[in-house]
Design a protein. Sequence first.
Length: 103
Amino acid sequence: MAQLEKDPELSAVLLGEDVTAMQNMLKSAYQAELARAQNTSRRQSERSMDAQRASATVPRDTVQLYQQLAASGLQYGPAFRLLRNVHVPDTSSAGTAAAGSSS
């Protein structure tokens, strides 16, 4: 709170006294996140199938995958459960490698 008292403009936004500024800040943050997600999606779609296959090293249990789909409202009967060998990218090692390479 002491830091907020030093900056009355920021204090007004964060404490809800300037609703328009708060809405603009949230809108800006949303637009930045949306742009980031779109860029990530575009980069992913531009990669070759071989590159995507090489980066997907973590096996995924298809029974669990179909259970998660069912929990979200997408139910596939046995005749439509065609996934057998599913792999996803290892995001934990990618974050570690990126952090380690910058030092």
